[in-house]
Design a protein. Structure first.
Length: 165
C-alpha cells in the first residue's frame, strides 16, 4: 500500500486519538501495564495537547488514510541541536507491513531536512521487536538503552535510536 501522508487537520484529532488507542491495545499489553497504557494515552493524545502542537511550527503531525478515517500517523518535533525527534509512528494493526510506516517516515525526513536537522532520533520499547526491526530496516541504529522515569510511578525501558540525514 502506498498512501501519501498529509498533515493532520484539527477536525481529525479525535479520529487519530481513537486510532492510537487501537494500535496501543494491539501492541503494548505484552510490554507495559494497562494502567501505564491508559496514563500515556491520556497524556499524549489529549486533544488540547495535539491542538497546541498543530499550532507550533516546531511540531508536525501527518496521517494516512481516508478523510475522517486515518489508518496511520506520525508526529515529529525539532530539537535544539539540529535534530528531529520522531515522537510517534503508528499504523493500523490490520494494515501493518504494507509500506505505510515507511511512507510516514518519508514525510518526516523531508520535513526534518527542510528544517536543517542532521538526524532523526526516537525511543522504542526494548521489547517491541516488530518496531525495532522496522526501524533497523529504515536505517536507524541503537545509540543508547536506558530507563526513563515518566512520572506517576511509570517508566519506559527504551532503546534510543538515530538515523543520520
Ligand atoms: C512499526 C510500524 C510503525 C512500522 O510500519 P509498517 O507500515 O507496519 O511497516 P513498513 O511496511 O513500513 O515496513 C517496512 C519493513 O520494516 C520491517 N518490519 C516492519 N514491521 C515489522 C514487524 N512487525 N516485524 C518484523 N519486521 C517488520 C520489515 O522489514 C518491513 O518490510 P517487509 O514487510 O517488506 O519485510 C508499524 O508496524 C506499527 O505501527 N507497529 C505497532 C506500533 C508501534 O510499535 N509503533 C512504534 C512505536 S515506537
Amino acid at each position: 500500500m502506498t498512501e501519501t501522508p498529509r498533515r493532520l487537520a484539527h477536525d481529525e484529532i479525535e479520529a487519530v486519538a481513537q486510532l492510537a488507542r487501537r494500535v496501543w491495545q494491539a501492541t503494548y499489553p505484552a510490554l507495559i501495564t494497562q494502567a501505564q497504557i491508559d496514563f500515556m494515552l491520556a497524556d499524549r493524545y489529549a486533544a488540547s495537547r495535539i491542538r497546541q502542537q498543530l499550532d507550533d511550527p516546531r511540531h508536525a503531525w501527518w496521517i494516512t488514510g481516508m478523510a475522517g478515517a486515518p489508518n496511520g500517523f506520525a508526529h515529529a518535533l525539532l530539537g535544539d541541536h539540529h535534530d528531529c525527534k520522531l515522537d510517534k509512528l503508528y499504523v493500523d494493526p490490520g494494515l501493518q507491513r504494507q509500506g505505510l510506516g515507511r511512507a510516514l517516515l518519508g514525510a518526516v525526513r523531508v520535513w526534518a531536512q527542510h528544517h536543517h536537522a542532521r538526524c532523526v532520533r526516537l525511543q522504542v520499547n526494548r521489547g517491541n521487536v516488530g518496531a525495532l526491526k522496522a526501524y533497523e530496516h529504515y536505517g536507524f541504529r541503537i545509540i543508547e538503552s536506558r530507563v526513563f522515569d515518566i512520572g506517576q510511578g511509570f517508566v519506559m525501558d527504551d532503546h534510543v535510536m538515530e538515523m543520520p540525514l
